[in-house]
Design a protein around this ligand. Sequence first.
Ligand code: HEC
Length: 209
Amino acid sequence: MNYGPLLFLGILFTLAASWLGLVVMPVKQLGSLQPDLNTNTSVVFPKPVPGEAAQGREHYRSLGCNYCHTQQVRREGFGSDIERGWGKRGSVARDYIYDRPVFLGSSRTGPDLTNIGERQPSYEWHYSHLYNPRTTSKGSVMPPYAFLFELRPIGPDGPSTDAVKLGGEFTPKSGYEVLPKPEAKQLVEYLRSLKSSVELPEAPLPKSE
Ligand code: HEC
């Protein structure tokens, strides 16, 4: 007996079923997600990352920050992300509609950064931490990104206002100061823009909020 047509139909069915299940259904369910307008607070969420932060997002990608950091908070009952203070609610598909690419990440050598803009809004902290993570986090294994900063002689008018405040072994040599380059500024704007404590219909904030 010739099993050719049966085999062909079997393979066709298998491929068609996986295409339907893995491509068509997800696009139908999630492909048309729009930002949510909360009628009580008039807040639209999510929003595209603004100006400088959008450039910072490119640095986040090119410097490989997502190899060590995730941007996905597991919801209550699926891990301890919320107890660790990484977000007030779990992440949902709608959170990512403007993200190209999406930095879900797969390894958590460092903490999740979904909500870092709320957890750590200080420019000063971010600059010292990027310059050398050990300035703020003793023994950190995060690599220093000192090449995003420049060491400059202090001008005749004294130290500039955006000089990074470094102490101890990280203090620059006398007469010099460390200034963030535009890349560092953009990256910090991006980190500060990462805020997730906005309610969505499918992801309410805990009642006590
Ligand atoms: C080799 C892994 C690794 C890479 C790459 C890495 N980090 Fe980290 N990061 C860590 C670890 C570990 C910590 C926790 C210790 C600390 O605060 O330094 C951390 C902490 C942080 C924190 C503080 C988080 C908090 O909750 O306090 C921020 C912000 C951060 N990293 C940003 C970045 C950015 C931006 C990049 C890319 C330029 C980057 N990291 C690259 C490992 C990494």
